[in-house]
Design a binder for this molecule. Structure first.
Ligand code: PLP
Length: 352
């Protein structure tokens, strides 16, 4: 049976994208390799070291440690796990803004930590006073988001890291989506800017690698040791990842994409995506829609439910933020022509 994947030409809601051709090719070549068993699958294991080295460079980490995870969810779960292992308390808490990804709720469930979700401010960034009020001596981790899923906003990471340090807690930055655009902005978001202990930064989102390629980085390799378990039947002796067997395709494609695109290709893509987001925001505003300013390449706008439904019926893949705005993520596959055609459809459907 011949099946084709759905094309990307009307996908506006996803944080994944068409892999770069070199990433696709590398993924195919390494399809049958397992970096979960590095003693046996040595080439892909060496490639994973390369992936972490480049991710470290992107994220301002001088001696990078980490691994290529199945995605941002795994990386976030593992960051919470590290913090829990480091905490002495029987049931530590994790403080997170309400813009945090739902993967932290999974982490809380499976790891038995309390999640203290605090409000965001009127700019959709973590409310620093609320974070400060929620943190106490049982806080194991303070989470900041650098490129939020719903509005593409960046929390005040430096302040959050100071609050964490004052409380003796760890600080995790979720840059799963933002990590490949933030290097070209003025935001202070990475290890060199603040006392950050761990970070999620996913090649399979703005990094243009093939799925599955998430990234977990930690400030020092002893933090990974918190995750390690013995692996008696493998050629290697221990394993820090959450999954056992994992995809060499993700690892190889991440290296291929980053080798090809870091930094100039990603810079060019950021500029294109950001310009597209600003163009779309302007076009929607002109038509009277309330728009959340796209500080990164993600536009959120109030579009009535009936129009939203009609657009979806025409094949546009769209989703809503929890507060109702329609999110349009300007990923690499989202071109100006595609957005112009989206706006044309919007006009036609609104005038019916
Ligand atoms: N963190 C952020 C900020 C995200 O936007 C996402 C997904 O969009 C995730 C984590 C989860 O990543 P994944 O779906 O790769 O597990």
């Amino acid at each position: 049976m011949q099946m084709e994947p759905q094309p990307f030409d009307r996908v506006l809601s996803s944080m994944c994208t068409e892999p770069h051709p070199v990433a696709r090719e590398a993924a195919e070549r390494f399809l049958a390799t397992n970096p979960g068993d590095p003693g046996t699958y040595r080439t892909v294991s060496a490639l994973e070291d390369d992936a972490i080295a480049i991710l470290g460079e992107i994220a301002g980490l001088e001696e990078p440690a980490g691994y290529v995870a199945s995605g941002g969810t795994e990386a976030n779960v593992q960051a919470v796990r590290i913090a829990r292992e480091r905490a002495d308390d029987r049931r530590p808490n994790v403080v997170i803004p309400d813009s945090g990804h739902f993967s932290f709720h999974k982490a809380s469930d499976v790891l038995g930590v309390e999640l203290r979700v605090v409000p965001t401010d009127d700019r959709h960034r973590a409310d620093v006073a609320a974070v400060r009020a929620a943190v106490d001596e049982e806080t194991a981790l303070v989470v900041g988001v650098a490129g939020s899923t719903e509005y593409g906003r960046v929390d005040p990471i430096v302040v959050l890291s100071e609050i964490a340090a004052d409380a003796g807690a760890m600080c995790h930055v979720d840059a799963a989506w933002g990590g490949f655009v933030l290097p070209f902005t003025d935001y202070e978001w990475h290890f060199d800017h603040a006392a950050i202990d761990s970070m999620t930064i996913d090649p399979h989102k703005m990094g243009q690698a093939a799925v599955p390629a998430g990234g977990l980085l930690v400030r020092s390799s002893d933090l990974l040791d918190e995750l390690a378990v013995d692996t008696p039947y493998l050629e290697s002796t221990d394993q820090a990842t959450l999954t056992g067997t994992r995809s060499g395709a993700g690892v190889a494609s991440a290296v291929a994409a980053m080798d090809e695109l870091w930094p100039d290709g990603y810079r060019g893509q950021y500029v294109r995506s950001q310009n597209n987001a600003e163009w779309l925001a302007g076009a929607l505003e002109q038509r009277g829609y309330a728009v959340v300013e796209p500080t990164l390449p993600l536009v959120a706008a109030d579009i009535p439910q009936s129009t939203f439904d009609a657009l979806r019926a025409e094949g546009w893949r769209l989703s809503r933020a929890a507060t109702g705005e329609v999110r349009i993520v300007c990923m690499p596959h989202v071109t100006r022509e595609m957005l112009a055609s989206f706006v044309d459809d919007l006009d036609r459907l609104e005038s019916r």
